[in-house]
Write a protein that binds this ligand. Structure first.
Ligand SMILES: Cc1ncc(COP(=O)(O)O)c(C=O)c1O
Length: 425
């Protein structure tokens, strides 16, 4: 029965039963982690043959070039060809970076701040106010990059088709609005795939700021854990065709294909943008880690081969997501105290409690030994105005631990809801 339909006596009895269950779980001294989207050990073992791909000096030569030496700042041509095929853009539009796409994103914002982007009238640091659009719920690290440069973060609501484009089109009329964060496929945390119409409207944006930038973080571009690979439009060519060739920077990496923190990243944009960024980067590094680039290209080969590997990741991840969704369906759905998305790719389940329950639920989880992403983290400045969004990351724990963790979560959510209904909190 839904909690809202229970009378006082029923609620009190339920509260007593759930409290007892909570104390029991607390007594177990659990230490479980559903906080960050890290692949589990099984996934890392799956790709560990990559470590021996380059075992002899002669393995390190590609197209007559020795990858052990300096050079090729923009990346190995074979790495550009590999990522261009994955993203659907051209090799010359790809810049191959180091171990983390987040570094390339940070660097793009940092360069806008210190030097300006290709079409900036002046560096953003010289402006009184810089505003950045943050579709929410979204990825905390994105928001914090722009926050760390003192920018004003503006919340854009997410819809089932991606960011609310009416709100985006209205916001970009302000010349102080310099950009937007996007995770277009399997958004973090909701797993939303932007619709074709949303993507079209992005490509055709007419911002007042000439240096407005779409930070298109395609982190989950090949990360289906259920069903077949979903093809996705290439934003670089769509922006070019719409007359906005320099408005977008796209990012991706192999963090959740091979090793997080030891993979290869890519930044794709117009040839002019890449040229401009390289003109600044040339003082920053002589070259990135091309040994790792070659190791990845030799191991992952091409898009088809990589998609076959992603199916193996899916076979490990799928049951974990199902364990979470099954528990929510069984334990929470009948009570009417929360709703959640059912993603088919990405790394998260996004759950909305009834207003005002997220912080309390996560505090209870912590008390019972389950670490979750902090409440509010999915909103700018870590403030969820309705205190309701919770990001669940099921990928790291083995299934048995995950079942224990989600059991604790369900009990904590029920307890938080009952406390509120009974005026105890
Ligand atoms: C949307 C999104 N972008 C980027 C990253 C980090 O990517 P990388 O390891 O390439 O820095 C994550 C990690 O969780 C993510 O969720």
């Amino acid at each position: 029965m839904e909690y809202r339909n229970m009378d006082q006596a029923q609620l009190t009895a339920e509260y007593e039963a759930v409290s007892r269950r909570f104390e029991e779980l607390k007594g177990k001294g659990l230490k479980l982690d559903m906080s960050r989207g890290k692949p589990g050990k099984e996934q890392l073992d799956l790709v560990s043959d990559m470590l021996t791909v380059l075992s002899k000096p002669e393995d390190c030569v590609v197209d007559g070039f020795d990858v052990r030496n300096y050079g090729e700042l923009t990346g190995l041509p074979c790495a550009k060809a590999y990522f261009a095929e994955i993203l659907g853009c051209r090799p010359e539009e790809c810049f191959i970076g180091g171990n983390a796409s987040l570094t390339l994103m940070y660097d793009t914002i940092a360069k806008a701040y210190t030097h300006g982007l290709l079409h900036s009238e002046k560096p953003w640091s010289k402006l009184d106010t810089v505003k950045f659009l943050c579709p929410s719920p979204g990825y905390d690290r994105h928001f914090n990059v722009t926050k760390s440069f003192g920018m004003e973060l503006i919340t854009i609501p997410m819809t089932a088709d991606g960011p609310d484009m009416d709100a985006v089109e209205e916001a970009v009329k302000d010349p102080a609005v310099k950009g937007i964060w996007c995770v277009p496929k399997y958004s973090n945390p909701e797993g939303v795939i932007y619709s074709a119409e949303t993507i079209r409207r992005f490509a055709h944006l007419k911002p007042a700021a000439p240096d407005f930038v779409i930070m298109w973080d395609n982190a989950y571009c090949i990360h289906e854990f259920e069903g077949e690979y979903v093809p996705f439009p290439d934003i670089i060519s769509l922006c070019r065709e719409a007359g906005n060739p320099d408005m977008v920077f796209e990012f991706a990496s192999t963090s959740k294909v091979t090793f997080p923190g030891a993979g290869v990243s890519v930044m794709a944009s117009s040839v002019d943008n890449i040229k401009y960024m390289v003109s600044l980067m040339t003082y920053q590094s002589i070259s990135y880690d091309k040994v790792n680039q070659l190791r990845h290209v030799r191991y992952l080969k091409d898009k088809d081969h990589t998609l076959a590997l992603m199916k193996k990741h899916a076979a490990i991840l799928g049951p974990k997501f199902r364990a979470v969704l099954d528990a929510l369906d069984k334990e929470i759905a009948p009570l009417g105290i929360a709703s959640w998305k059912r993603p088919t790719g990405g790394y998260f389940v996004s759950l909305d409690t009834e207003d005002g329950l997220a912080k309390r639920t996560l505090a209870l989880c912590k008390e019972a030994g389950v670490v979750m992403t902090g409440a509010g983290a999915t909103f700018p400045n870590s403030i969820d105005p309705r205190d309701r969004n919770i990001r669940i990351a099921p990928s790291l724990p083995p299934v048995a631990e995950l079942e224990a963790a989600i059991d604790v979560f369900c009990v904590c959510l029920r307890l938080a809801a009952l406390e509120k209904l009974l005026g105890k909190n």
